[in-house]
Design a protein around this ligand. Structure first.
Ligand SMILES: [Zn+2]
Ligand SMILES: [Zn+2]
Length: 269
């Protein structure tokens, strides 16, 4: 596109960044994701050291530095053993939280490709680290078959939004990593929103929420990369993982764009 045409388009159809809302030149949205260069640079990754299982930055929230000696941490110890690992692209602070909100509630499906690209990057990063679970027996790379599947949403929500945000992210992650995408789960119950619930209430609330997707087929010996937009308590992912392991999957690994950590980010010994 000629520069003059691009400039004219900028004037006619101004693009606003979904986080800071400032107008930005169309050239800045080089991958069609409406997020400006400044906000891209402010996306914050978890600090090191991290929990080998759930990737939580140790020494923040309830993940203690002493957890570095273990294969899990205070954050992920309550999870079902069916959920092997979790990896997230960024901490769920601004602007990552704005991107999640824009994708989920504001119809900005154009963000999915950008977000999935960063998620695939976090998963690749994991695969390149010799000490990670992906390379160990029982890890993703050890499996004969790996499939990517989205965390399902309810049909009502999907109809309202026009898409399942986790479905768009899963599509992007599968395509970035060259892995097959397959629906494995359906959500059977429209439980009330979990936002206001305590962690223990959330665990009780998700019980029995999932069922096998009609197209699941045989998944014995398959490692599943379960894709969702955010990881909060891990209760929903634990429930989904339990069902997948029950159906024969060899391991389940959660991949999310955002990782919520308890506030404040106080340091613990
Ligand atoms: Zn911005
Ligand atoms: Zn952990």
């Amino acid at each position: 596109m000629g520069t003059a045409v691009a400039r004219a388009l900028d004037l006619l159809l101004p693009a606003g960044c979904v986080s800071c809302r400032i107008w930005m030149p169309r050239s800045e949205a080089r991958d069609d994701a409406p997020i400006c260069a400044r906000c891209r640079s402010r996306l914050r990754m978890a600090s090191w050291p991290r929990c080998t299982r759930c990737d939580a930055p140790l020494g923040t929230g309830i993940a203690r530095l002493s957890d570095a000696e273990r294969s899990d941490c205070h954050e992920c110890r309550p999870w079902s053993t069916a959920l092997s690992t979790a990896r997230s692209a960024f901490l769920l602070t601004t602007p990552a939280s704005d991107l999640v909100h824009a994708l989920k509630y504001e119809g900005w499906s154009e963000l999915a490709g950008f977000m999935a690209g960063r998620m695939a990057g976090a998963l690749r990063d994991t695969a390149n680290r010799a000490s990670t679970v992906w390379d160990q027996p029982g890890g993703v790379c050890d499996a004969q078959t790996i499939v990517v599947t989205p965390m399902p949403t309810t049909p009502t929500r999907e109809r309202r939004r026009g898409y399942n945000q986790a479905g768009l992210l899963a599509e992007g992650v599968a395509s970035e990593l060259g892995l097959p995408l397959k629906p494995l789960l359906i959500r059977t119950l429209d439980r009330r929103s979990q936002i206001k619930l305590e962690p223990s209430q959330r665990r009780a609330n998700v019980s029995g929420v999932f069922a096998p997707h009609p197209a699941m087929g045989v998944i014995s010996g398959t490692s599943v990369v379960l894709v969702d937009d955010v990881l909060t308590t891990g209760a929903t992912a634990s429930e989904a993982a339990t069902l997948l392991i029950g159906q024969g999957a060899s391991s389940v690994h959660l991949a999310t764009f955002g990782r919520a950590l308890p506030e404040p980010f106080s340091s613990l010994p």
